[in-house]
Design a protein around this ligand. Structure first.
Ligand code: GUN
Ligand code: FE
Length: 424
């Protein structure tokens, strides 16, 4: 459907610069932007106009790393570090998705909150359970959001209640899940999801790399999040030169396989070079990295060196779905890193985190996350009246966006569009 949105439009054109247009027109034809105009060109004047004068219009937000089954226990166990937290909270909770009644209830709550959130695109971990993963895909499709959803693979170092019996069995179940969901959805796509090196045998990881090539599928996993995890990977894969190399030697690290690695807090130089060579995306998850005391990723370096980088909520390492919150924390944690541990990497700026939250993560989906000609039309219309200020009339659009990044929440999103379709 074609439509024109009128309002105060702000979007990213590059990592460092915001583009804004007061009382502008965003033209959408067949789900794609035709551009932002100060005056509506003659040829678009017959398209129905939706008038949001006085409201901010920004691209939809992109969450490139979160765990749907973990939505239930957000904020519990945040006194633990990664490996203890996984064993104490995460694995027992994820094992419950064997029960489809439970999965329906829990994933129903998750999908409804995702629909209401500022997120228009998401890259999601499910669990090892194929049926519950299909259910999650059905619910995400109904939500109207575009997403990648992955059935998780785990065949070692996991409790019996959450461990597939062998590499072969894990690969068989994954193929079955891919066949069952083939051509079933418009907005929902599968993504291969080996949990991380410690829970996947070498044989399984190699099999997943092959599957990715055979089906032309993308892949997501975790990388260099926590120091104990990294030491464990070195023990498990003594033949690898770094954590990333353990994926790479299995043929499961970027290149022809579009890949997201979450966290990348402690990547050594060699790993970073490999990521650049293979075009691996980084999912920066500042809330999770803080909650689990993992550390602060050197995101300034990733941006400067051209590593594709987006933001992730990493629920339930993160407690909230809000990518507004992720932007705020990305700036704040980068300041702490700069002040306390490494003055060579300057703090992130608002335009930079806004870029990561929109076009940066959006690039994983194609032309997504901007309002330039040809981009898929994902947009949010914001109401700033919940946070009044007598200064309002004096603020630039960039300052109004900055206010919403720090002060905005779900309530302030009054309309949401994904690929040109209005969700609310
Ligand atoms: N590494 C392996 N599994 C997980 C998980 O569920 N959450 C986080 N934050 N890191 C992981
Ligand atoms: Fe994660």
């Amino acid at each position: 459907m074609n439509r024109v949105l009128k309002g105060d439009i702000v979007y990213s054109r590059s990592k460092t610069s915001l583009q804004s247009c007061k009382d502008g027109y965003l033209v959408i034809e067949e789900g794609r932007c035709r551009g932002v105009f100060e005056k509506l060109p003659e040829k678009y004047q017959k398209i129905p106009l939706e008038d949001y004068t006085g409201h901010l219009i920004i691209p939809g937000l992109v969450d490139i790393h979160l765990h749907a089954p973990q939505y239930t226990f957000r904020s519990l166990g945040m006194d633990l570090e990664l490996l203890e937290w996984l064993n104490t909270h995460t694995f027992p909770q994820e094992s419950r998705y064997q029960d489809l009644e439970y999965a329906k209830k829990a994933y129903g709550m998750f999908a409804e909150d995702m629909r209401r959130s500022g997120t228009t695109r998401a890259v999601i971990f499910a669990t090892i359970h194929p049926e519950a993963t299909e259910l999650l895909m059905d619910l995400m499709e109904e939500s109207g959001i575009c997403s990648y959803v992955g059935k998780v693979n785990m065949d070692r170092n996991s409790p019996d209640i959450l461990c597939e019996s062998s590499a072969n069995e894990s690969l068989r179940a994954t193929r079955q899940w891919l066949e069952n969901t083939k051509d079933r959805y418009q907005r929902t796509k599968p993504i291969l999801t080996p949990r991380f090196i410690p829970s996947c045998s070498d044989e399984l990881m190699r099999g997943i790399g092959q599957l990715a090539r055979e089906y032309g599928l993308p892949l997501q996993s975790h990388l260099s999040e926590n120091k104990s995890e990294i030491a464990w990977v070195q023990e498990l894969c003594p033949w690898s030169s770094c954590y990333g190399d353990a994926y790479d030697k299995a043929g499961a690290f970027g290149g022809e396989i579009k890949t997201i690695m979450a966290h990348c807090v402690w990547c050594p130089d060699e790993e970073l070079e490999l990521m650049k060579k293979r075009g691996v995306f980084v999912a920066h998850c500042p809330e999770s990295n803080t909650n689990l005391s993992s550390g602060i990723a050197p995101v300034r370096r990733y941006l400067d060196e051209g590593v594709p980088t987006g933001l992730g909520s990493d629920v339930a390492g993160g407690t909230v779905l809000s990518i507004f919150k992720a932007m705020e924390l990305a700036v704040q944690t980068s300041k702490l890193r700069w002040r306390l541990s490494d003055s060579s990497l300057k703090p992130l700026t608002v335009p930079e985190v806004f870029y990561m939250a929109t076009a940066g993560g959006g690039a994983f989906f194609g032309k997504v996350g901007s309002f330039e000609d040809g981009f898929e039309a994902d947009a949010l219309v914001l109401d700033e009246s919940r946070v009044p200020t007598p200064l309002f009339a004096e603020l630039s659009l960039e300052e109004r966006l900055e206010r919403m990044i720090y002060l905005g929440c779900e309530q302030d999103i009054i309309h949401k569009y994904v690929a040109g379709c209005q969700l609310f």
